[in-house]
Design a protein around this ligand. Structure first.
Ligand SMILES: Cc1ncc(COP(=O)(O)O)c(C=O)c1O
Length: 517
């Protein structure tokens, strides 16, 4: 198996469809970029995904062999030649992706799953259990209950009721559905920087949703929240532990205090940020006891088990393929709100079927299997998954230092988790050799150009993303920039791959170069 191909893989996106298909299937798309933890610098022994994929197929085949022989129906048969031809087209089309696996991809919240998740998912998918009911997926339903219990323990929940979902959106929908049932007629409040799903799902549920203004760091404004809750029209407030745009952490402990004073419930949307609770266990940043400079103020995280519900997405920082969110409720009695009649299911056992406490019906048992196997190897503990998150956070801190000291770029605000936002300091030249005065219009224009130039560079591509911020939000952080338009795009990088830690210098140099035009 390949050991490291970091050099030849540098331009994987730009080389795209010109390579022979075998190299796509056997090498670059998967194996060599996944390296063992603790590997020196950029080199390390690749986990042999091909071997594990093959073992997954073998293990399921052995189990299938314990049942009687039968012939496959000819309607399902396709010739090897036709399969090979279709697969060649298919794998060629997959090349039209951005290289999410590579540290030069520093854009959105995207990265491939861990090999354990891939092997676990594949093995279970070959059986294709459905975790709706125990007869649809007895083994993977048990795995789901165990992984959900591990998530609950990670947050410090004493009691819980919860399940996996296909996404953070559905997980939040469930939490807001329960909010509506428990506080009928009352609305839901969330920070102005909360994920758009909250406003949207309030609309779906027919619940009034109110956005609370953000403070100067992008967190929910506590005074504004207090005033809103005093009006008596809100039944549940959503605190976001890690906003999607900036990675800002709403002060969950303070939100909780304000909410409880008004008799209001609290739901925590930690879809993106939830696993960072593992870094809160490392101690208070800056204090002598802190075990790592990636450590986080424990205040907001320690308050989560006092809240009513929490959502976390294993398909973001839990090393899982898409299709894996989770919702947890502190009070198991909310299960009654899911009661429904399903005459064709729930017949094998009196034990709780996951479909009985979920709004979704069919759900991939393979998603639970993948998470279960991943947690066996990288548990949701500070020493397990915590090390992965700490590396991304250190990368964000290191890059923010470089950005703050740069003459070409500036830091939008100090990262709280692993999202870094920045912008070019000077506008496009007003005449050759004369940098333009910074204004929102010029920042927007240069950011758009940098994004495109970085992606389209054939020799040394870099993949960023943008965040649109209002003129008001920008001015609160950077007064003195002419507000000649109502908003501007800035650049945003989510450094969620631990490998980013060793790539910050190169990334910074490349982005500075792009800013130079
Ligand atoms: C804070 C937050 N909540 C909810 C979501 C929606 O999650 P999903 O994309 O899994 O539906 C996201 C996605 O980025 C998020 O960051």
């Amino acid at each position: 198996m390949p050991v490291s191909r970091s050099c030849e893989r540098r331009n994987v996106a730009s080389r795209a469809s010109s390579e022979p298909v075998e190299s796509v299937v056997t090498g670059p798309l998967y194996t060599s970029h996944v390296r063992t933890a603790g590997a020196a610098a950029n080199l390390g022994r690749a986990m042999d995904l091909q071997d594990w994929v093959s073992r997954a197929v073998t293990a399921v085949g052995r189990w299938e062999d314990t049942f009687g022989e039968f012939g496959r129906h000819p309607s399902l048969e396709v010739s090897e030649e036709r399969f090979a031809a279709a697969f060649e087209t298919f794998s060629d089309r997959l090349r039209a992706n951005y290289p999410y696996f590579h540290p030069s991809y520093a854009g959105q919240m995207l990265k491939p799953p861990h090999p354990a998740a891939v092997a676990g998912y594949l093995a279970a998918m070959l059986i294709n259990p459905n975790n709706h009911a125990l007869d649809g997926g007895p083994a993977t339903s048990r795995m789901e209950k165990e992984t959900v219990a591990r998530l609950a323990a990670m947050f410090g929940f004493g009691t819980h009721l919860g399940h996996l979902t296909t996404s953070g959106t559905i997980a939040n929908l469930e939490a807001l559905y329960v909010a509506r049932e428990l506080r009928p007629g009352l609305g839901v409040a969330y920070g102005a920087e909360a994920h758009y799903t909250h406003g949207r799902m309030c609309h779906v549920l027919g619940v009034p949703g109110t956005a609370v203004p953000a403070d100067a760091a992008g967190r929910i404004d506590l005074d504004a929240l207090d005033r809103l809750l005093a009006g008596g029209r809100i039944g549940t407030v959503v605190a976001t532990a890690g906003t999607t745009g900036l990675g800002a952490i709403d002060p969950v402990h303070e939100v909780l205090a304000v909410a409880r004073r008004h008799g209001v419930r609290v739901h925590v949307d930690a879809a993106y940020g939830g696993f960072f609770t593992l870094l809160a266990a490392l101690g208070t940043p800056g204090e002598p006891g802190a075990a790592d400079r990636a450590s986080l103020d424990p205040g907001p995280w320690r308050a989560i088990p006092e809240c009513d519900s929490v959502v976390v997405d294993p398909h973001k920082h839990g090393l899982q393929p898409y299709g894996c969110g989770a919702v947890l409720f502190r009070d198991p009695a909310v299960g009654r709100l899911y009661r429904h009649d399903s005459p064709y299911t729930y017949f094998t056992s009196g034990e709780l079927h996951l479909g009985e406490i979920s709004l979704e019906c069919s759900r991939a048992g393979a998603a639970a299997a993948a998470l279960w196997l991943t947690f066996e190897l990288l548990p949701p503990t500070p020493d397990g998954l915590g090390r992965v998150l700490a590396a991304g956070r250190r990368a964000a801190l290191d890059w923010s230092d470089l950005l703050a000291a740069s003459g070409r770029l500036d830091l939008y605000q100090r990262p709280e988790l692993d999202i870094v936002c920045y912008f070019p300091v000077a506008g496009p030249p007003s005449r050759p050799g004369k940098p333009g005065q910074p204004s929102l219009a010029s920042i927007d224009e240069v950011c758009a150009r940098m994004l495109a130039d970085g992606m389209n560079d054939q020799d040394d591509p870099v993949f960023l993303s943008t965040l649109t911020v209002t003129a008001d939000a920008f001015a609160r952080r950077h007064p003195g920039v002419a507000a000649d338009r109502p908003d501007t795009r800035i650049l945003r990088s989510v450094l969620m791959k631990p490998e980013s830690e060793n790539h910050v210098g190169a990334l910074h140099a490349r982005v500075e170069e792009l800013a130079g035009g």
